[in-house]
Design a protein around this ligand. Structure first.
Ligand code: NOJ
Length: 731
């Protein structure tokens, strides 16, 4: 018999069961629920679980959850072993929660999040997250540290790969889709995991794009740019949230009471778990934000941090602080109540082993259905950046030279994936061979350096062929955490290879494998066609060939601007106007807001992506030219496929608040619709605009819409949409 009610299911029953259990817990046992230890083989940083063996701590009830990052079937064994110790050998038999970074797939790997955001296909992203949950939950995992919804403007920051790019609206929708996919309808469902939205807050605003760095922004930027995706996540019922490593306006998030307690808990009503990032409580000392370990624990708890990841300052210092009256025991009780509530909601208190299903796991990982979805989402994530002279789609009749360091590379999964099946990634070479090509392959160079004779051999292969498919890019390790780059150019060896191959005067099709916007100003002119293929996961090679050969259309659109020069960073579409705006495409003018030595505009704007066919958009029609607070109006355009292939265009709606009490961005994405049309076919695409879409946080600290003039823009990308606008008044 367990000393707690195992059958509580409704919220009322759970509340009573948690209270009854807490009444039996010692202070140390309560605090133990708030500690998240690293699991076996997790990281060198953080708690020393060798000198203080994890098993002993679990027996003593001093651990509430564990973060895992291991080989899948070993994970199952380790989880089962640790769960047994918690449930059978600790005094109160409370099960552990097991957590992992499940970012773009668990064992079956999907495109990196920056890539899948380019699909704008929310149901497909939701399904990918659901598949990840269905695999991870069988392995005994309960919490996925995802989605990352940090709005990012700086491609030097390696973690842009993990998010949805530079737009708060899209980041909100993608984040909600992932949360729905992970959590399903009910956390009690055995195929669901708890989502953990991160990193609260402003992590992407790190100075200089240097990871973990200081973020400074105004209250209005916080509310209008960085907060919306977190607000959306709370509204979607996200079960947990991770604080960011950085200072936010001087205070590290993990101990930032105004941010976590006042804004998140009180104002947004978040009652899920707040989890620190890895070792972040200890890092308060380095930040100069805590005097010693005890002070770090106290400040974090005061901010309402529930779970301390990877360190055990709570264990070591909170009991003393509470007994000395320096910390209110009620704060611990609140946090413990939240942790135990989720242990009930996930069904763990009823059956601690319900998620451990190794047989189902074996059937699910990399199964046909999961791989098929990975391939579909990978196809949709690819963005066609250039296509001169109809170079693409590639004809099956052509003799292909396949060149480049990423052409035959298994490194297709991208950052933050821990699949135990890396050898199952489909390379580009394999993709082409599976499609029936007898490719003439030459590596040419490594990612970072030349290889002896590489260039000569590559050129020889190109001369013998009709076309060169050149594969360049980054390696996975150049993206993700702690992977900031000063230069976002392709490494020099690859630029040299491109130049050599381009000089062979055969058509060059460039396939880019990378996790951030790259500097392509001097790259694009040297290729006839360019596909941005990101890191696409297990089915990369197949999906790339599907698009390359025209078996499916390129439908992805960029969700982060690609700078024209490194010195433009940050460059993003939804910026403010200056008092001296500089017209697009006009050379330097003194005393205007422009560079002396180059354009203001990015090379490739947000929303950009070509199709194999062409489209034309007609003028915008508005159903009326005034909008009332309760009413709505419809903006529509007629879209026509003007080419000779069936194709899909992503019709994008942008709005601008022309004059307001605080300046508003020159454009903000407010809607999008994917439209597939046969050659010559036209369709009217409509968007309904209502007053809530016009709200923002103003200088009076209110979310309002302000009467006045608004511009409506609809187009194929953010820049193209500027050429087509109509206005209405909010009255
Ligand atoms: C550090 C990263 O910032 C965070 O995103 C991740 O979830 C944790 N480590 C756990 O691995």
């Amino acid at each position: 018999m367990k000393p707690y009610d195992q059958t509580a299911r409704t919220e009322e029953e759970i509340r009573a069961a948690v209270d009854a259990l807490m009444a039996q817990m010692t202070l140390e046992e309560k605090i133990g629920q708030l500690v998240q230890s690293p699991g076996p083989a997790t990281s060198e940083i953080g708690m020393d679980i060798d000198s203080d063996p994890l098993e002993d701590l679990i027996r003593q009830g001093r651990i509430g959850s564990t973060i895992f990052l291991g080989e899948v079937f070993q994970t199952v064994k380790d989880i089962e072993k640790l769960q047994r110790i918690a449930v059978e050998e600790s005094r109160l038999h409370i099960p552990l929660l097991f957590c992992q970074d499940i970012i773009h797939g668990y064992q079956t790997i999907f495109p990196i999040p920056l890539a899948w955001s380019c699909s704008f296909d929310l149901p497909a992203i939701e399904k990918a997250a659901h598949i990840a949950a269905a695999e991870a939950s069988c392995a005994g995992l309960h919490v996925a540290f995802s989605p990352m919804v940090d709005v990012a403007h700086d491609p030097r920051w390696g973690r842009v790969a993990e998010g949805a790019g530079e737009d708060p609206y899209l980041a909100s929708l993608v984040g909600q889709a992932i949360i729905r996919g992970f959590q399903g309808k009910n956390l009690f469902d055995r195929d669901s995991v708890m989502a953990c939205v991160k990193h609260f807050l402003g992590y992407a605003a790190a100075e200089g794009g240097r990871d973990y760095n200081t973020a400074e922004f105004s209250e209005t930027a916080l509310r209008n740019t960085y907060l919306p995706p977190f607000k959306a996540a709370v509204e979607a019922g996200c079960a947990s949230l991770m604080t960011s490593f950085n200072l936010v306006n001087g205070v590290p998030s993990v101990a930032n009471r105004p941010l976590c307690h006042d804004l998140l808990r009180q104002e947004l009503g978040f009652d899920g778990l707040i989890i620190s990032d890895y070792n972040a409580v200890a890092e308060l000392l380095n930040h100069g934000a805590a005097e010693d370990e005890a002070d770090a624990a106290r400040r974090s708890l005061l901010a309402t941090l529930d779970v301390e990841m990877a360190t055990d300052f709570y264990n070591r210092h909170l009991p003393g602080l509470i007994r000395e009256g320096k910390v209110d025991a009620a704060l611990v009780d609140d946090a413990v109540r939240r942790v135990l509530t989720f242990k009930y909601r996930t069904g763990l208190m009823e059956d601690p082993y319900r998620y451990l299903r190794p047989e189902e796991l074996r059937e699910r990982v990399l199964c046909k259905e999961h791989l098929a979805h990975s391939r579909k989402l990978a196809q949709e994530s690819i963005v066609l950046l250039k296509n001169e002279n109809h170079t693409l789609p590639l004809s099956r009749e052509k003799k292909v030279a396949l060149v480049g360091p990423t052409a035959d590379s298994l490194d297709m999964g991208g950052c933050w994936q821990f699949t135990s099946f890396p050898e199952r990634m489909v390379t580009i070479r394999q993709g082409l061979e599976d499609a029936g090509f007898a490719v003439n392959y030459e590596k040419g160079c490594d990612i970072h350096q030349m290889i002896e004779g590489g260039m000569e051999n590559a050129c020889a292969a190109v001369y013998e062929s009709d076309v060169c498919v050149l594969c360049l890019g980054e390696e996975s390790l150049m993206n993700g955490e702690s992977a900031s780059r000063q230069s976002i150019a392709l490494p020099q060896a690859q630029l040299d290879l491109l130049e050599a191959v381009a000089a062979c005067e055969k058509p060059v099709i460039l396939l880019l494998t990378n996790g951030r916007p790259l500097l392509l100003g001097e790259v694009l002119p040297q290729a006839d066609a360019v596909l941005e293929t990101w890191f696409l996961g297990h089915e990369a090679g197949h999906a790339i060939c599907d698009v390359l050969l025209g078996d499916c259309e390129p439908t992805g659109r960029l969700t982060m601007s690609f700078p024209a020069a490194q010195g433009q960073i940050p460059v993003y579409y939804n910026h403010m106007n200056t008092g001296r705006p500089h017209p697009r495409g006009v050379p330097y003018i003194r005393f205007e807001s422009n560079y002396m030595d180059g354009p203001n505009e990015p090379l490739l704007p947000f929303g950009y992506g070509l199709s194999y066919t062409t489209f034309s958009y007609g003028e915008i029609t508005l159903s009326q030219d005034t909008l009332t607070k309760e009413g709505s109006l419809t903006a529509s355009v007629c879209v026509t496929n003007t080419g000779d292939r069936t194709g899909t265009t992503l019709c994008q709606l942008y709005l601008r608040d022309v004059a307001a009490s605080i300046a508003r961005p020159v454009q903000e994405l407010k809607g999008f619709e994917s439209v597939t049309l046969a050659p010559g076919e036209s369709r009217r695409v409509s968007f309904v605009i209502g007053e809530p879409m016009l709200r923002f946080y103003n200088a009076e600290k209110q979310y309002v819409s302000e009467p006045g003039r608004f511009e409506v823009m609809i187009g194929m990308d953010s820049e193209e949409a500027l050429s087509r606008s109509r206005s209405f008044r909010l009255v």
